[in-house]
Design a protein around this ligand. Structure first.
Ligand code: COA
Length: 174
């Protein structure tokens, strides 16, 4: 059973572990290619607490934290934001938890924050993520060719988005 709670300072060591996991960092790099550290993530968290344009959540299975997700760059005037998700624990990918987590997050974005649109960027090689985003109703809006260099080759970055009017929570037996 998936549980969602606000991201909190005690999650900082988990952020370091998860963001440094190659299964995550290959798709969510900070562009420097460097590993993150406790010091960097403490700094990130201090800035996060003061930033009303970001809302992050940790999700757990049977009380064990397995990943985090959130909305960044929340623009009140334009009513849009950018979505982020990472399952940091290897054993929990490919089991439907990403789907459950994003249904929760999109419901929060469209029903609580009343956003008009949610955007995201995804590397073409990330087939599982693309499959999930399409299932949820995201549509490709653009493509930046050869934008990302991973695993010794260039990859396109897709820009995908979903509108509030098109958000229909799919039925998923939890
Ligand atoms: C991307 C991520 C959030 C997806 O969550 P998940 O729980 O692993 O995925 P799910 O089990 O919900 O599966 C999503 C869909 O992808 C499909 N899928 C799984 N592996 C696939 C693959 N290699 N190719 C195509 N589709 C695949 C599944 O069948 C499922 O579709 P279905 O329910 O219609 O069968 C998770 O794998 C993750 O955190 N990856 C590392 C970080 C990352 O890539 N974040 C996203 C950056 S844009």
């Amino acid at each position: 059973m998936l549980q969602v709670r606000p991201h909190k300072s005690s999650d900082i060591p988990l952020r370091v572990k998860w963001l440094n996991n190659p299964q995550v960092s290959q798709y969510i790099g900070d562009c420097s290619g460097e590993k993150t550290t406790l010091a960097k993530e403490r700094k990130w968290f201090e800035a996060y607490k003061k930033n009303s344009q970001k809302k992050f959540f940790t999700f757990c299975v049977d009380d064990e934290p397995i990943g985090f997700m959130g909305l960044s760059n929340i623009q009140k005037m334009n009513r849009n934001a950018e979505l982020f998700i990472a399952i940091g624990e290897d054993a929990y990918r490919g089991k439907g938890y990403g789907k459950q987590a994003l249904i929760w997050l999109l419901d929060y974005a469209f029903c609580t924050l009343k956003l008009h649109k949610v955007n995201l960027g995804v590397v073409d090689a990330n087939k599982r993520a693309i499959c999930l985003y399409k299932f949820l109703g995201f549509v490709e809006e653009g493509r930046m060719r050869e934008e990302i260099f991973i695993n010794k080759r260039w990859h396109d970055l897709f820009s995908m988005a979903i509108f509030q009017k098109n958000w229909k929570p799919p039925y998923v037996p939890f």
